[in-house]
Ligand binder design. Structure first.
Ligand SMILES: [Zn+2]
Length: 158
């Protein structure tokens, strides 16, 4: 189990970033950073740098980075979870897909004008990302994601 691990993910692994956040893993990622900037942030924030870029990987200090081999995001996810022995996180589906912040439950009334009327009528529990203000709710999409999280957890256990 290695649940405290934090990652910084290179832009060339955009699909993987969202998958990691889905599983509750702390995965930061920023657009248009140079290799130097990535190395600096990784060191400053104590984040393991994930990349597909062999040249960048060879500049990362020993043990502070990982070169992802797989191509499809889901295989990349399994590869990383297994490599770092990352167990099940309580923060699965509790992290903003867009910006990695933990989302917070908000009063239904506060989202009235920010989701479509049908969604507002059907659902009672809403969450908001305190950083980018994206709204989340446990709709049919959520059920699908929940199944996916379970499927990945089972695959990691094997
Ligand atoms: Zn956000």
């Amino acid at each position: 189990m290695n649940d405290e691990i934090q990652f910084l993910v290179d832009e060339n692994l955009l699909g993987l970033v969202r998958q990691l956040r889905m599983m509750g893993v702390d995965a930061a990622s920023y657009k248009s950073l140079s290799d130097d900037e990535l190395l600096t942030i990784s060191e400053k924030e104590n984040r393991i740098l994930l990349t597909k870029d062999r040249r960048l990987f060879h500049r990362i200090p020993e043990g502070r980075g990982y070169l992802v081999q797989s191509e499809p995001p889901e295989e990349q996810l399994l590869e990383v979870l297994k490599h770092f022995s990352i167990g099940e996180s309580d923060e699965a589906l509790a992290r903003c897909f867009e910006c990695n912040t933990l989302i917070e439950e908000v009063p239904k009334e506060s989202v009235r004008d920010r989701v479509d009327a049908k969604t507002f009528a059907i659902y009672d529990v809403f969450y908001e990302c305190p950083t980018c203000h994206r709204i989340y709710w446990e709709g049919s999409h959520f059920e699908k994601l929940l199944k996916k999280v379970e499927r990945i957890r089972n695959a990691v256990r094997k």
